[in-house]
Design a protein around this ligand. Structure first.
Ligand code: BES
Ligand code: MN
Ligand code: ZN
Length: 497
């Protein structure tokens, strides 16, 4: 979908705007939005609302043709809830309904004239991003690997968003489009089958991104990981015939020498559990165990397109977790890059085993902050469901500040996270009789002990961990990657400029 911004004024009125369709908001209290009023010369719109042809409920729509007060061929009335102050939810369902209606019209271009500043506690940037993301979502297809492609997106493909603050909105629109493009990459990578989206595929994707957007890129091979003594990461990789890849991307958008923000993504391209094998049903969804890595690549896509003025390093630790004659066994003890020895009590707790070495590697960048992103635990779905990503950091002033930044960015971007605690009482559970650390604790609070495990490797910098196991993809009939938390991460980075 192609988006642009246009300011309408006294000379260049909405009423005289030519388009296949104009979408305007109406409310359950029978009131018209300003834009709807501007088109309602003959009272057709007010009459439609009064007669009950459209309820005004968020997401209800009514298509009118030949409205006297509009030069457009059609006017789409869109319900935006009870009254003139929309909630995030009412605005989003209005936008989704608009995109659905647009897709089935015999019109190629449309105007969305919604009250962008009417959403409680959210700004125009939020509203623009909601519109663009819904537009991209409506066109997203999962047919990359189908021999017969799904029907191509139809209907309105060119959308002009009406606003009165055109200059600010133009910049915000460009950022929203960059975020949506980043989400599409993350979704595509997540949905690809695990025999295609291997560690090598992720490395090639990173190289292509680097070529397209001018990032520095380096891909470390098994030999180099051995030289770095990444014994923990390599213990996961060794059960698989796929070569591990350790990908380092650099976006040098900030001042030369300024400390970078480092993003670290879990890139398990398939998680069988290893010798601690997972149950069969639903195991296909463990192709999504690289969604942390996918979100790092998608965020780079977004900040590359934006030309973000910040130094950002992206690290992707990619391998498969397979059972084999060479795989780790429960009880194996390995030595991480940091020198800490780890007793692998469960080979299915592999994410932390690859991340701990990536987090140690991150030290060399003297980072301003490190954020790791991982589909780390099923337990985070028990805690937070599929709505919010789990956020973990230490509990001191610097980390409270980082946590607040991430939570705020999530709200701003419609991609929320919720902070959970970590601490000594949980870390206790990771004691081993035979090694410095065990890789699992007791079943209760498993997301927290997983975060505590990582915390042990992050004491040289400010760090946060996002557990995205509940938010990175959807199961069931709607199975597919969501593109989260690219909006959160990108907004967090934008706020740091
Ligand atoms: N990739 C999984 C986490 C996961 C499981 C995400 C289900 C989404 C849905 C991770 O590697 C894993 O297996 N974690 C274990 C940890 C346990 C062994 C302590 C889990 O959550 O069961
Ligand atoms: Mn696992
Ligand atoms: Zn995993």
């Amino acid at each position: 979908m192609d988006f642009s911004i246009k300011a309408f004024d006294a000379k260049n009125t909405l009423a005289t705007a030519k388009a296949g369709v104009i979408a305007v908001a109406v409310y359950e209290n029978k009131k018209l939005s300003q834009a709807a009023k501007a088109l309602d010369q003959n009272g057709d719109i007010a009459a439609a609302l009064k007669s009950g042809d459209i309820s005004g409920k968020a997401g209800s729509t009514l298509l009118l043709r030949g409205v006297a007060g509009s030069a457009a061929q059609r006017v789409l009335l869109v319900g935006m809830g009870a009254d003139e102050t929309a909630s995030e939810k009412t605005f989003t369902s209005a936008v989704t309904a608009t995109m659905k209606a647009f897709a089935s019209l015999g019109a190629a271009d449309g105007i969305i004239a919604f009250p962008l500043a009417s959403v409680k506690e959210r700004d125009i940037n939020w509203a623009l991003r909601a519109i663009v993301v819904a537009g991209f979502e409506s066109e997203f297809r999962t047919d990359t690997q189908k021999s017969k492609k799904d029907p191509a997106p139809a209907g309105v493909r060119k959308v002009t968003i009406a606003t009165d603050a055109a200059a600010q909105a133009k910049a915000a629109l460009a950022q929203a489009v960059a975020i949506a493009n980043g989400m599409n990459l993350t979704k595509e990578l997540g949905n690809l089958s695990p025999n295609v989206c291997t560690p090598t595929y992720l490395a090639n994707t990173a190289k292509k991104l680097a070529a397209d957007f001018g990032f520095d890129v380096e891909v470390l091979e098994r030999k180099q990981l051995e030289a770095l003594k990444m014994g923990s990461l390599l213990s996961v990789a060794k059960g698989s015939d796929e070569a591990p890849k350790f990908i380092v991307l650099k976006h040098n958008g900030g001042k030369k020498g300024a400390a970078p923000v480092v993003l670290v993504g879990k890139g398990i391209t398939f998680d069988t559990g290893g010798i601690s094998l997972k149950p069969g049903p639903g195991m296909d969804e463990m192709k999504y165990d690289m969604c942390g890595a996918g979100s790092v690549l998608g965020t780079f896509r977004a900040i590359g397109e934006m030309g973000l003025k910040l130094n950002v390093v992206g690290i992707v630790a990619a391998c498969e977790n397979m059972p084999s004659g060479r795989a780790s066994k429960p009880g194996d003890i390995v030595t991480s890059m940091s020198g800490t020895t780890i007793e692998i009590l469960n080979t299915d707790a592999e994410g932390r085993l690859i991340l701990c070495d990536a987090l140690t590697y991150a030290e060399r960048f003297k980072p301003a902050a490190v954020v790791d992103i991982a589909t780390l635990t099923g337990a985070v779905i028990v805690s937070l469901g599929n709505h919010k990503s789990g956020l973990f950091t230490r509990h001191d002033d610097a980390h409270d500040k980082l946590a607040d930044e991430l939570v705020a960015a999530g709200k701003q971007a419609g991609d929320t996270a919720w902070r959970l605690p970590i601490g000594e009482e949980y870390n206790e559970q990771l004691k081993s009789n035979f090694a410095d650390l065990a890789n699992i604790g007791t079943p209760g609070g498993a997301s927290i002990t997983a975060a505590c495990f990582l915390e042990n490797f992050t004491r040289k910098y400010t760090w946060a961990h996002l557990d995205i196991a509940g938010t990175a993809w959807k199961s069931g009939a709607q199975k597919g990657a969501t593109g989260r938390p690219v909006p959160l991460l990108t907004t967090f980075l934008m706020n740091r400029v």
